[in-house]
Ligand binder design. Structure first.
Ligand code: FDP
Length: 349
């Protein structure tokens, strides 16, 4: 894979299927297709792939680790049992700091940025939510890791918070790892499509299973925390009632699906179409989800797959962030369904 500065892309439609190749080969082939690529981006993405394997192994043993933890806060190896989200966070930081490509990271788990290299050649920044949907960990429901990669714009030795405050359209790669009934790694560089890899735990590799994912133009599915109805604004209430009205010609009433883990809800929406919404409401006036770690990576992925991502009034990828942990309303999905949402917000319906 090459970053967008390299101006090369994977052409996915005319080439023979590559289903079955490993994530590493897929990333490497992207680099080999571009003589100008230095290998740094390839190496960075491979490190994220490694982190995904390490985190999935911890997630898969989470129940046991907890049980062992209860006996004295140490596991069989004598190590202190950490909370899974802290472990995932440390794993990502350690892996990204190992090669000299990542200058700094910003994590949903950390108050401020963490510099991982002061070498001027370290030209990438990584933002991530190490373990999203943490309230679902204890009940064995799908959770995930979300990440985005930015190119550092200044070539100074120091990296500051300002380097991270870039709109989502500046991302050069984004993806997520879904720890579901299987572990899936979904990635895009914006150009060249969105690709999904399924983990084979017996081999320890991610294999390309979903080549060039495209979201359907519309689908009769919606995903929202309906328990917030009382806090919603009138336009959102009206839109929600519209989806539940009966009209066979427009596929209504829509079916409701809400896991409460963004990665799971967004992944289903990407694969099956429809709409996911966490709007601003009277309780969460700026929305609940985080712009840098959650909304931007998913907006980048959805647009690359032919979908849309909006606050209802503004394209997510055009928001100029002012702070690291900024929240935003987030509406993701099929183009038709997202447009209908926007029409309700504008009062056109
Ligand atoms: P969680 O609080 O369990 O960590 O951003 C966090 C998140 O989960 C998302 O994964 C999820 O989409 C959303 O919050 C769920 O929020 P509600 O419980 O308010 O529906």
């Amino acid at each position: 894979m090459t970053d967008s500065a390299d101006q090369h892309s994977h052409s996915t439609t005319s080439e023979p299927s590559r289903v079955g190749i490993t994530l590493e080969t897929f990333i490497l082939e992207g680099q080999l297709g571009n003589p100008a690529a230095t290998g740094a981006f390839t190496s960075l993405l491979n490190q994220i792939g490694l982190a995904a394997k390490l985190v999935t192994s911890k997630v898969r043993r989470a129940g046991l680790a907890r049980l062992l933890g209860y006996t004295g806060q140490t596991n069989v190896q004598g190590e202190a049992v950490q909370k899974l989200d802290e472990e995932a966070n440390e794993t990502l930081i350690n892996v990204l700091a190992r090669r000299n490509h990542c200058a700094a990271i910003a994590s949903e788990e950390l108050e401020s940025i963490r510099v991982t290299s002061t070498d001027r050649r370290a030209k990438y920044l990584v933002v991530f939510d190490p373990l999203d949907g943490s309230s679902n960990i204890d009940v064995n429901i799908s959770i995930g890791t979300i990440f985005g990669v930015l190119r550092k714009s200044s070539d100074s030795e120091t990296t500051t918070e300002a380097d991270f405050l870039k709109p989502g359209r500046d991302l050069i790669a984004a993806g997520y790892i879904l720890y579901g009934s299987s572990t899936m790694f979904v990635i895009t560089t914006g150009h060249g499509g969105v690709h999904g890899f399924t983990y084979d735990p017996t081999v320890g590799e991610f294999f390309l299973s979903h080549e060039n994912i495209r979201i359907p133009n519309r689908a009769s599915l919606y995903s929202i925390n309906e328990g917030n109805t009382v806090h919603w604004t009138d336009d959102v209430k009206k839109w929600n009632a519209f989806l539940k009205d009966e009209d066979k010609s427009t596929g209504r009433p829509y079916g409701a699906r809400y896991v409460g883990s963004l990665v799971a809800d967004a992944h289903r929406t990407l694969m099956k179409g429809g709409i996911f919404a966490y709007p601003a409401d009277k309780k969460s006036k700026k929305g609940k989800l985080r712009l840098l770690y959650e909304a931007n990576p998913f907006a980048f992925i959805f647009e690359a797959a032919g979908g849309m991502a909006t606050t209802g009034r503004e394209r997510i990828l055009d928001i100029e962030p002012t702070e690291l942990h900024q929240r935003t309303p987030l509406v993701l999905g099929s183009p038709h369904d997202v447009r209908v949402f926007e029409e309700f917000v504008r009062g056109e319906r």
